[in-house]
Design a binder for this molecule. Sequence first.
Ligand SMILES: Nc1nc2[nH]cnc2c(=O)[nH]1
Ligand SMILES: [Zn+2]
Length: 470
Amino acid sequence: MGGVRHGASSATRRPGPGPDDGGGTNVTLYRATVLDTPGDLPTADGLRASEDCGLVVHDGIITFRGDFAGVRAAFPDEEVVDLRGGVLLPGFVDTHVHYPQVRVVGGLGMPLLDWLRECALPEELSLADPVYAHGVARDFLSGLVHAGTTTALVFGSHFADAVDALFTEAETVGLRITAGLVVSDRLLAPGLHTTPAAALRDGEELVARWHGRGRLRYAVSPRFALSASEAMLESCAALMDAAPGLWFTSHLNENVDEIEHVNRLFPGAADYLGTYDAHGLVNARSVLAHNVHPSAAELGVLAGAGAAVAHCPSSNSALGSGLFPLRDHLDAGVRVALGTDVGAGTGFSLLKEGLQAYFVQQLLGPDGLTLTPAHLLHLATRSGALALGLGDRVGDLGVGREFDAVRLHPRPGSTLDVALRHPKDATDALAKIFTLGTPADIDVVWVAGQVVTAPAQLSRDGSLSPMETT
Ligand SMILES: Nc1nc2[nH]cnc2c(=O)[nH]1
Ligand SMILES: [Zn+2]
């Protein structure tokens, strides 16, 4: 197990407001045990552990980080929010999660195409009703927040009004959401189909309304090649030109039966990825979910394009889709991040997905990659931030990053609480967090320095108590 690098011993400073120039208006000094993985690739020894860390957050941005004593000396007057007793982690990044499926989590016992027909698609039809869609959006965002997810690439809805509901709720809650209208024109259910022209028109309107608004961005989202004709994929390519910085996301190589269907539907394509690549949809702002059964050629194209793959382990296991070839992806230079794939996935927790990713690699035996806790934390945070082009803003708690953070604070007497009382070292503590941690162990979540969970009382003595809700 790689060693653990400790945070900078003296306060490291980012240019900007500081103590000598009267500081800023909105400055908070957090005291915490901080675990993060600032490197650009998930590496075995990439964990940065700061036992008694001081983080100065000025208008939502981390401007100082170092041993608390050193930082406190530089900021003698600022209010200290003492988060010790728990562990501070970067906000989690979910790179593949379905908004309409939050209420159908747990549809076990079926492979992908049966599960879509029997479980997911009937629920997705219900979002034709904007009132129902708003309720689902609230449930969905609450699930993300309370699992500690601060950034997500969300697979949207087939209905524009429902996508509006998602973005409206996301703006209210304050999360960093990239999402879009899901489009298809065959083989799903008639109520979910649209035309290439309508997809482009509705997409352009949503882009104009939401892309680049606050923390929101738009992702062009054909459901998957199985349900999108050449004309529909061409319409997606046209939408990519509607505004700068649009993202692309879809499904790829998830299930053997699905792949056979796609190969029959696209006889001229070299492979599944080729159906998207033929329309210029595979680039540095593309995130493809699953890719459980890639060819070497597809891995080469993904790496060459700088595209990312969202590995969704609990979903792959629940649907029996297969064991993700992580080593092949990393050897080919393909960026991999984690996705929960709610509702085929079994919940919003990136801690669980990290543990499931570990299990999958263990089950692969010699073809697997033994993942360390540092790997898992990187996959659940910085890997996702980098995959979504946000690596310079979030994904770790270094100087210059925005304060997207999660305080993990196990219930006294819980197994995680017991396990964390005597960790061998920071890596061991992180292993226990991924093994035992659940959303119930997360008590405060910040995005850009703003608390987005039920406002907890961060009192001066470090005790946290949920505000009395009247
Ligand atoms: N896991 C999963 N795969 C898909 N492929 C196309 N649609 C879906 C979906 O909703 N979930
Ligand atoms: Zn999916």
